[in-house]
Design a protein around this ligand. Structure first.
Ligand SMILES: O=C1NC[C@H](CO)[C@@H](O)[C@@H]1O
Ligand SMILES: [Ca+2]
Length: 438
C-alpha cells in the first residue's frame, strides 16, 4: 500500500496479534475443539446455531485468519477436523443469513486459501441446503430459517439484511462451480428490496418474505440495514454487476441526502422515517461503524473519513466502544461490547483506500484496548459494561472474533505476502474470497 508518510515499525504489533491469536487458538483446540464457541473464562463449550449441536463455527471462522498468519500446522489441523467431522445433515432450523455469512463464507474462504477440495464441496452442500428459503418464497425474498435436513422453511417476518446479504458468498460459488442459480437467487432478492424504496429513496428495514410488504418505517445504516447496502457495492466490486452499482448509488445518494446529520463538526447517521425523513433516533450501534469503510470503498472517501472520525471521538472517550451510543449526548445507550469488530473493519478499508497512517494508529488503539480489557483465562471475552472500572467481562467469545478484528489488525500491521493488498475482497464476516496469494 502506498503509505505516503514514513510509517513506524509495525512488526512488533503484528507479532503481538499473531501471538495472542495462536494462544487463544491453542486453548480452543485443547478445551473446545469442534464447539461453535469456547467460553473464554470457564474454558467451556457453547453452541451457536442449534442448542445441543455444535458444527465447529469458531474453527471454520478461523481457517483463513490462520492461513494469512502463515500458521500452516494450525490450518492443517483445522482443515483435517472439517474433513473428518463437519456435516450439515442436521434436522433443525438454521438461520439462513448467519449460516451463509459464517459457514458458506468461512468454507469458501478456507477453500480460496488452501485449495482443499472438500471445503468447496461442503460450501456447496450447505448453500444447497439454504436454497429452499429462496425457492419456496413467493416474492424471492428468502425466509429467515430453513431446516438443513428437511428443507422446511419458516419465519417470513424478516429484514433487508437477512434477505440481502448473500451475493458475495453465493456469487463466488456460482463463479467456482459454473452454477448460476446461487448468484441469480441472491440478486433477485436485492432487486425486490431496491424496487420498494420510498419516494425519498430510503429503505425501511423490516419486510415480509411472503407479502413483500414493509413491516416498519424506520431506516438505518446499522442493523438490520447495514450489510444489504454493503453487498450491493460488494456485488459490483466482486463481479462487475452494473445493476448492483446503480442500485447502490441510488440508495447511497438518498442516505447522504436524507439520513446523514452533522453535529459539532462530526458526521453521524441517525435512524429516520424512510417515508418522511423525520429523525427518529440518534442512537448509533457500533455495528454501523462499518459504514465508514463502505463509503470510502465506494468513492465517498470524505464522508467515510468523517464518519470514522466521529466513531474515533467515541473510542477516545470510552476506550472500548459500547454496543450502542447516543451521539446527541455521547452517552452509552448499551454499555456492553460483544467484541464487535466494525471500527477495525472500517479502519482497514479506509487505510487501503487512502494509505493514511491515522487509520493504522486508530486500529492499534482498538487492539490495545481489547487486549487490556477482554483477555482472560482461555481467550478473549465480551464485556458487559465498558464504563465499569475495570470493564466487566462475560463468559463468551463470538465466532466473528476468529474471523474479523484479529484478521484486520494482522492485515494492517503485518504486510503479509499472503494477501494481495491491491486486489482483494473481504466479506461482511471478513471471509477472504479474493486476494489470497498461495
Ligand atoms: O456483518 C456482521 N454483523 C454482526 C457481526 C459483527 O458485529 C458479524 O457477524 C458480521 O460482521
Ligand atoms: Ca460485517
Amino acid at each position: 500500500p502506498a503509505a505516503a508518510s514514513a510509517s513506524r515499525n509495525w512488526k512488533p504489533a503484528a507479532e503481538s496479534v499473531r501471538r495472542e491469536y495462536l494462544w487463544a487458538w491453542q486453548h480452543y483446540v485443547d478445551r473446545a475443539l469442534g464447539a461453535d464457541h469456547i467460553k473464554p473464562i470457564s474454558g467451556g463449550r457453547e453452541d451457536f446455531f442449534v442448542q445441543g449441536h455444535s458444527i465447529g463455527l469458531s474453527l471454520v471462522e478461523a481457517v483463513d485468519t490462520l492461513w494469512l498468519m502463515e500458521a500452516d500446522a494450525e490450518v492443517a489441523l483445522a482443515v483435517r477436523w472439517i474433513e473428518d467431522n463437519l456435516s450439515f445433515d442436521v434436522d433443525a432450523p438454521f438461520q439462513v443469513f448467519e449460516t451463509n455469512i459464517r459457514m458458506v463464507g468461512g468454507l469458501a474462504a478456507a477453500y480460496h486459501c488452501t485449495g482443499a477440495p472438500r471445503l468447496l464441496e461442503l460450501a456447496v452442500d450447505v448453500a444447497d441446503r439454504l436454497l429452499p428459503a429462496f425457492t419456496e418464497s413467493p416474492t424471492g425474498l428468502p425466509y429467515r430459517y430453513v431446516n438443513l435436513a428437511t428443507g422446511e422453511v419458516s419465519r417470513p417476518e424478516t429484514n433487508i439484511v437477512e434477505v440481502g446479504t448473500y451475493i458475495a458468498e453465493f456469487g463466488v460459488l456460482s463463479e467456482w462451480t459454473g452454477d448460476r442459480r446461487y448468484y441469480d437467487l441472491a440478486k433477485r432478492a436485492m432487486r425486490v428490496v431496491h424496487d420498494k424504496r420510498t419516494e425519498l429513496g430510503l429503505l425501511p428495514h423490516d419486510i415480509h418474505a411472503e407479502t413483500g410488504e414493509w413491516r416498519n418505517r424506520q431506516a438505518t445504516v446499522g442493523p438490520p440495514g447495514d450489510s444489504y447496502y454493503e453487498y450491493l457495492w460488494d456485488g459490483y466490486a466482486l463481479f462487475g454487476d452494473e445493476d448492483l452499482r446503480r442500485w447502490y448509488d441510488t440508495l447511497t445518494d438518498a442516505i447522504l441526502a436524507h439520513q446523514a446529520e452533522r453535529r459539532d463538526g462530526l458526521l453521524w447517521f441517525p435512524q429516520v422515517d424512510a417515508f418522511t425523513g423525520e429523525v427518529l433516533s440518534r442512537e448509533q450501534s457500533v455495528l454501523a461503524g462499518f459504514y465508514a469503510g463502505l463509503l470510502a470503498e465506494s468513492g465517498r472517501i470524505g464522508e467515510g473519513r468523517a464518519y470514522h472520525d466521529a466513531f474515533n471521538t467515541a473510542q477516545e472517550k470510552f476506550g472500548v466502544l459500547p454496543n450502542s451510543l447516543d451521539y446527541a449526548t455521547m452517552s452509552a445507550a448499551d454499555p456492553g461490547n460483544a467484541l464487535r469488530p466494525e471500527f477495525a473493519d472500517a479502519a482497514l478499508m479506509l487505510w487501503l483506500a487512502t494509505g493514511d497512517e491515522i487509520f493504522r494508529e486508530r486500529a492499534k488503539t482498538h487492539y490495545d484496548n481489547m487486549l487490556r480489557t477482554s483477555k482472560t483465562n482461555y481467550g478473549f471475552a465480551g464485556l458487559t459494561d465498558v464504563t465499569a472500572k475495570p470493564p466487566s467481562q462475560e463468559d463468551s467469545c463470538p465466532g466473528y472474533w476468529w474471523s474479523e478484528q484479529m484478521k484486520y489488525y494482522w492485515l494492517l500491521f503485518s504486510d503479509t505476502p499472503r494477501f494481495d493488498y491491491r486486489d482483494n475482497y473481504l466479506s461482511t464476516e471478513a471471509n477472504l474470497l479474493r486476494g489470497a496469494r498461495r
